[in-house]
Design a protein around this ligand. Structure first.
Ligand SMILES: CC(C)(COP(=O)(O)OP(=O)(O)OC[C@H]1O[C@@H](n2cnc3c(N)ncnc32)[C@H](O)[C@@H]1OP(=O)(O)O)[C@@H](O)C(=O)NCCC(=O)NCCS
Length: 196
């Protein structure tokens, strides 16, 4: 199980760094246009961590290798919907992170009483549409754009407990990575002093 944690406003810089490292084609697939650096910065600084939910996967070096945005903002075409967007660094793809983030976001949305999760993707984005289909979403193609709708189950005590446990495990994993990183930095400092 890969630990997926929810991200707060103190992760904004790392979210920006993650999105800015996407190449033009990935930016096109993620945002539906080739977002320039300024547009990405504007998107990141506009993220509402109170209203929406942002999830992330950190590697051992505390690089944000994957993130997802579950947006509760007005989804004009659908009542009680949340919109899902995701990106995984190219070096970390094909390991199931995109699919896991999709499941994690769906779990959270269902526990929040949301009835449908929506993904807006380009029709050429076969990987994203495969993830959505495999999770049970219905995909409607509208020319070059496609929309995937996932009907969410009602929340239960089990699903709420499962989410709490998953979040606690991910937060603990993150804290351990922070400690390990600090330890290695300390060790590097000691070595440098010895050499000096
Ligand atoms: C879409 C994206 C998030 C997928 O991330 P990922 O971690 O590589 O995805 P996963 O490993 O979870 O799953 C990929 C699935 O697609 C399948 N897949 C891979 N290439 C495929 C292709 N060309 N056609 C169809 N399915 C494909 C894989 O077999 C896998 O399914 P499996 O787990 O059953 O084998 C990633 O490619 C990305 O960041 N793309 C750029 C941004 C983007 O497109 N965002 C989505 C729009 S919101």
């Amino acid at each position: 199980m890969v630990p997926i944690r929810s991200l707060g406003t103190n992760h904004r810089e790392r979210i920006a760094a993650h999105l800015l490292s996407l190449d033009p084609n990935d930016r096109y697939l993620r945002f539906g246009y080739i977002a320039h650096d300024e547009q990405i910065q504007r998107y990141v600084y506009g993220l509402d961590f109170e209203r929406d939910e942002i999830f992330g996967i950190y590697n051992r070096r505390l690089h944000l290798i994957a993130m997802a945005h579950l947006a509760y903002a007005d989804v004009a075409s659908c009542e009680s919907c949340a919109e899902f967007g995701v990106s995984v660094l190219s070096s970390s793809r094909g390991r199931g992170y995109g699919a896991r983030l999709f499941e994690r976001a769906a779990m959270h949305a269902a526990n929040d009483g949301i009835r449908h999760m929506l993904v807006h993707a380009l029709s050429e984005n076969a990987v994203m549409l495969t993830i959505a289909r495999k999770a049970g979403a219905q995909v409607v193609r509208k020319g070059s754009d496609s929309e995937a709708y996932l009907e969410l189950p009602a929340s239960t005590i089990d699903s709420r407990l499962a989410e709490m446990v998953e979040e606690a495990v991910a937060q603990t994993d993150y804290r351990m990575k922070v400690q390990v990183k600090r330890f290695w930095r300390f060790l590097a400092g000691v070595k440098a002093i010895r050499r000096g």
